[in-house]
Design a protein around this ligand. Sequence first.
Ligand code: 5GP
Length: 244
Amino acid sequence: MIPEKQALIYEGKAKQVYSTTNPDDVIIRYKDDATAFNGIKKSTIANKGLINNEITSLIFEYLAHKGIVTHLIQRLDEREQLCKKVHIIKVEVIIRNVIAGSMAKRLGLKEGMIPPNRIYEMCYKNDEYQDPLINEDHAVAMGIANYEELDRIKKAALKINQYLYEFMDNIGIILVDLKLEFGKDRFGNILLADEISPDTCRFWDKSTQKKLDKDRFRRDLGNIEEAYEEIRDRIKQALRDTTW
Ligand code: 5GP
């Protein structure tokens, strides 16, 4: 039975979280609001909430089939998902397959460079300090998580990246990088939370290198909604052809 939506308990830049009649579940509502550069650039992108809800739901279901534990219970409608209630671990985990964005800028590297390895980064999820890059020792020192939990997060993140890289590669998309967030439920399980969408990943078309992600918003490249729809439609088509 689907629990009923109750009070708004948290509002972030792109989503709202509501309590439900089941204390272990929440309803997440995807908004059309878009922000970049830690909230300095603000706008709305038509239908972004609907598209990101659909993309995230499809990807999380795909990952669940691959054995990844996620917070998603089910997509409820165009804007909402029913999810397990978790305490968000205050790190943003980034995995890079191709050099772009802040890593290119910070280290003076050319965007598009393909490194011989996968690059794993952690940022402290805190807008006031602009999500600074941290390492495991910092995270433990700040009480964000312990070493064993951080190890579990890293292993899960690298697996998720691998599954998603291969999946996107098959539909002609390069997964340049992605940002993941994890949460802990009341039993101590660590679950993949938040979203995986063009807001949180860089997706480049394999043949044209066209950016099909939030960089279109950040860099004023136009046709944002179309790019997000393109990602959704390719994922949907691929999953339609999948037999589990
Ligand atoms: P970068 O560090 O290059 O800015 O971002 C690396 C990847 O993580 C990109 O795919 C970017 O979209 C995602 N990312 C990093 N920080 C954030 C954030 O605060 N919010 C969102 N939505 N995505 C982020």
